[in-house]
Design a protein around this ligand. Sequence first.
Ligand code: ADP
Ligand code: MG
Length: 251
Amino acid sequence: MSRAAMPSPQRLPALAPLPGERADAATPLISLRGIAKTYQRDGAPVPALRGVDVDIHAGELTAIMGRSGSGKSTLLHILGLLDAEYEGRYVFDGELVSGLSPDQLSRRRNRKIGFVFQQFHLLPQLTILENAALPALYAGGRPRQCRAAARARLEQMGLGHRLDHRPGELSIGQRQRAAIARALVNEPRLILADEPTGALDSATAMEILSLLRELHRGGATVVLVTHDPEVGGAAERIIHIRDGTTDDGVA
Ligand code: ADP
Ligand code: MG
């Protein structure tokens, strides 16, 4: 597809300051200390993270890079409050979240974190408007307001003319943009993306990458996992992970 044929996303307004915004800009949004995680497989321990220390500040665009099996997804799951079973200390948005129960984590996750996945994870039977509204509905919003928020985000992603389409009727790049709109619908403190360009051809990957960069310029905090050096190179900061440890730690 030529550049001209691609609907260009509208300029993104800066994200509004959120309630958790801290006066002290030096306080990291994310602070990990001594994070360790060991899976069990067939009764044998599989160490995935072995003591990760990382600080990430609000407004940063960070790439986590490393080989397959190095622990990237495990780390992203912990960052995203999807996993409660690990050792170490995690402070997110001014609150100690390591040690919280899965229920407590899921409430915070829903309000504060937006996820973008390699395979989009859009529900095929719903329109993209309905898909993008889901996190807002889960967070307890009124259906009308949730739909309005979803529409605004989809328009921002250049999909205003596709609201009533189902994912299967969209191009791959449009699907990923719909998934990004969904990730943004609750105005999250943090956007996490696991290989967001992994299922895309290189032109579409660059389109999605420039969207993430634009969100970042608008003030969003983005952490993405990638094994693609071109994608990693577009981030402000790269955290390299190898055998469950990071070389780039506390900023
Ligand atoms: P990456 O995302 O960098 O490919 P992962 O975080 O998925 O790495 O995996 C890190 C290590 O943990 C690997 O050795 C992997 O095989 C192992 N692992 C990941 N998930 C599980 C699981 N659910 N059960 C057992 N081992 C796992
Ligand atoms: Mg992975």
